[in-house]
Design a protein around this ligand. Structure first.
Ligand code: ATP
Ligand code: MG
Length: 534
């Protein structure tokens, strides 16, 4: 939107390109995003609340992270070769280091180049890889402009078309590059990178023991939307960071995960585990795998063919039917783990048995992200079609150091796909009974109204969900609305009740009716809440 057209970039041009806002139109949520409406939102809240409760019993505490971070953080941690970083991130330039001139003239652009030079030398522009490249481009253009044989500065004033065009191009480059300088940011596609960044930034390695964190919130990936796959989706995740990589840590978070799934009624889940080795053993295995893959290259699809060289492990992840028999013949990592990784994996399996956690080994489980080491796992659930993974995770022992933190810090974590977990709960039909509207206050008459206002507040104070109609309704209409809103009780307050200081409480399920004093009413509702139907 900028620079190339700078010669016409005037206030007139801006005004002309401003959209007309007078015509009526309707808006829809952006493709791949969706609204979570009541009553579904209650199920979402319950699922997230259950995760909080379960995770906190395991000593995890909430961390709230920014929704966007430096793009380089993701590129380094997730891996520049991964699809997520390579093509799925929503990125934008945040905090431009240099403000661009409003209507740039040649003189001003050259001044700008000097300005940027100075700012760069004083270290005012973040030295990100991207900024280094942009600055290089800018310096090059600037130098050429000043000394290049093609473009004597005189060409600006003399009617030398070629010289002028080249100069204009160089100036456009300067403007372009200067405009790019700043911090390139992306909406987070996952939250492990942010968690680790925060762990390092706040010196959490100095905290006692292992640091256990959990988070909930939206993630963003520009994927092809389909059932269970969105561009804005939600995760509930947890991370353990610290000096120890004991297999019991891995087993404990898997226990916590399965306890959570059971608690939200997702019982038909399958846990798959694998070990993908470490820096010592994985490269050798990957090389072997690559050699074998090269032999069968022409039988593979284009994605797998490309991955042989860029990310050979990911070929094992392929879902293409015709590749399956070929993949089955490939060498398996289990036979190539170093003694330390092999022992870690077998201790993990012992720990899982100790905890009575059912699992299946899956040697093809390599996970999408580059940073994993040793333990990887995935949980699948029913009712989701081909998007059946509800949780993925694994160990990432080198990530803290890779992101500039304390060497030797180990890490493991997982992320549950909340959207899919909820879809699966809905498909199972095994829905929880969530408390809805408790009391609808059916008041009639001016004398009843103050009583209604007062009792509504008292009930709400005790935690009951109460609906108080803002305008007087006819008796029949009032009860009809109470029913439609799903209230458990209608509290009838007419002139009689108001005069006698009593209430008529009607249970809507069976129309049972009781006349009660205020004290009895409160007691009755409290006991009903504590009872089996709470
Ligand atoms: P998949 O193989 O399904 O693309 P992934 O390996 O990309 O998953 P992770 O990065 O490990 O997934 O994220 C953990 C979980 O987040 C997944 O198991 C899934 O439940 C959920 N998830 C990932 N991407 C999406 C998405 N675009 N929409 C909804 N949920 C998602
Ligand atoms: Mg994915």
């Amino acid at each position: 939107m900028r620079a190339r057209g700078y010669l016409v970039w005037t206030d007139d041009f801006r005004a002309a390109s401003r959209p007309k806002m007078t015509e009526k139109r309707q808006f829809r949520a952006i493709k791949g995003t969706r609204d979570i409406l009541p009553p579904d939102s209650a199920l979402w809240n319950w699922v997230e609340q259950t995760a909080r409760e379960v995770f906190e019993t395991y000593g995890f505490r909430d961390i709230r992270l920014p929704i966007f971070e430096e793009t380089e953080l993701f590129a380094r941690s997730i891996g520049g070769e991964s699809d997520i970083v390579f093509k799925e991130m929503f990125s934008f330039l945040e905090s431009r280091a240099i403000e661009l001139p409003q209507s740039p003239s040649i003189g001003r652009i050259l001044q700008l180049a000097e300005l940027v030079n100075g700012a760069w030398e004083r270290g005012e522009i973040p030295k990100t890889a991207r900024n280094e490249a942009e600055f290089g481009r800018l310096s090059h253009a600037h130098q050429q402009l000043q000394s290049g044989p093609f473009v004597p500065l005189a060409a600006m004033t003399a009617p030398n078309r070629d010289g002028l065009e080249t100069a204009v191009q160089l100036l456009a480059t300067i403007l372009d590059s200067a405009g790019e300088l700043g911090v390139q940011t992306s909406l987070r596609p996952e939250a492990t990178a942010g968690s680790v960044r925060a762990y390092i930034e706040h010196g959490m390695h100095a905290l006692p023991g292992n640091v256990k964190l959990y988070y909930t919130g939206p993630m963003f990936r520009r994927e092809r939307p389909q059932k269970g796959r969105y561009r804005q989706f939600y995760q509930i995740g947890a991370e353990v960071l610290g000096p120890s990589d004991a297999p019991a840590i891995d087993a404990e978070i898997l226990e916590m995960l399965l306890v959570f799934f059971a608690r939200v009624g997702l019982t038909k889940t399958t846990l798959y585990v694998n070990s993908i080795g470490c820096k010592a053993c994985r490269p050798k295995y990957v090389e072997l795998l690559r050699e074998e893959l090269r032999k069968v290259k022409d039988q593979l699809g284009p994605d797998s063919q490309r991955r042989i060289e860029t990310n050979a492990l990911r070929v094992l992840d392929s879902k293409l039917p015709h590749e399956q028999p070929i993949i089955e013949t490939l060498p398996r990592i289990s036979g190539h783990l170093c003694p330390a990784c092999s022992e870690h994996f077998s201790k993990l399996k012992d720990e899982l048995k100790l905890r009575n956690l059912a699992y299946q080994e899956n040697w093809r489980l390599v996970r999408g992200l580059d940073y994993y080491t040793r333990t990887t796992f995935e949980v699948t659930a029913e009712g989701l079609g081909s998007q059946n993974a509800v949780c993925g995770g694994g160990r990432y022992d080198g990530l803290v150091e890779l992101l500039g933190g304390q060497p030797g810090v180990k890490g493991i974590g997982f992320a549950i796909g909340t959207d899919r977990a909820i879809l699966s709960i809905q498909e199972s039909g095994n829905l929880p009974r969530l408390p809805g509207l408790a009391v609808f206050v059916a008041w009639m008459g001016a004398k009843a109204y103050p009583v209604a206002v007062s009792i509504a507040r008292k009930l709400r104070n005790r935690g009951f969900a109460v609906e108080l109609p803002p305008e007087e309704l006819k008796f029949k209409k009032s009860l009809g609305l109470a029913d439609k809103l799903g209230a458990r009780y209608a509290l009838i307050i007419g002139e009689d009740e108001a005069a006698s200081g009593t209430y008529t409480l009607k249970r809507l399920a069976d129309a049972e009716q009781k006349k009660l004093s205020e004290t009895d009413l409160l007691e009755h509702l409290e006991s009903e809440r504590r009872g089996p139907h709470a």
